[in-house]
Design a protein around this ligand. Sequence first.
Ligand code: CP
Ligand code: NVA
Length: 307
Amino acid sequence: MKQDFLAIPDFTSREIKEVLTIAKVVKHMHRWGDDPKPFAGKHAALMFRKPSLRTRASFETGIRQLGMDTLFLSDKEIGMGKRESVGDVAKVMSRYFDLIVIRTFEHSEIIEFAKYADVPVINALTNLFHPCQIMGDIFTIMEAKDRIDNISVAYLGDGGNNIANSWVNLASRLSLDLRIGTTEDRQPNPEILANANKSGLSKIKITSDPIEAVDNVDVIYTDVWASMGEKEKIAEREEKLKPFQVNNELLSNAKNDAIFMHCLPAERGREVTDEVMDSPHSVVFDQAENRLHIQKAIILQLFGEKF
Ligand code: CP
Ligand code: NVA
């Protein structure tokens, strides 16, 4: 049966660790100019309804490095759910392609698409989740800290977005000390939070005190305060989220060797200052690079490809 990757819990804890190991190997192989190419003759479609730099570029490049061909389709060509039903698009696409990567708005749309598709579907970001980003981020943490268990991560800012929800999801699969510093009205999805707490694997703390969130942490993470599709809310959010800006003063409360992370694109001067983005603590460009390696590993895992 085909396997999809729509959210972090689609992988077991063991599978997540396997993917991290595969990413380490493929990254190493890439450095040596020796990419595994098990997918020659196969074709992948990237269907994106929102803009993208990193996700599109890293998927297209990575998929080709694995020997598979790619076709990019924007919303204009597809009109999913408008020109024809999501299910019909999924059935048609499954006749042409071996893998489908989707970036869209409503998470329910990718779930419906995957239900009708006969081939693996990967979530390249929805309003609810951005699982490939968080897989790349935990890989970056593993490289920087040489471990993943019991890492303390403070996520600051918009606690209700796809990145925050994906961190909470990861806490249901790996042992984390996860703190989310945010306002009352921007909390993670309650159902996702309840599931993560039920797993009993991690400590998850939601606080409105940014200093409490970052106290002695290994990792400080932030994201834009208004995500794609809701940029008109930025003025209202900025007013409330200002205390959660990651600047040198806030960073000084974390461990001396803490790393700063951001999925990018960053709105410099808003959720993070230049001094932090460009400091030696910042691993933001390692995160961007690692999208390439982790997504290749995710694809290899979904196809059960040993190389
Ligand atoms: N981090 C990320 O997903 O970037 P893009 O929106 O540019 O793809
Ligand atoms: N939360 C951001 C992430 C961008 C990679 C957004 O959805 O716009």
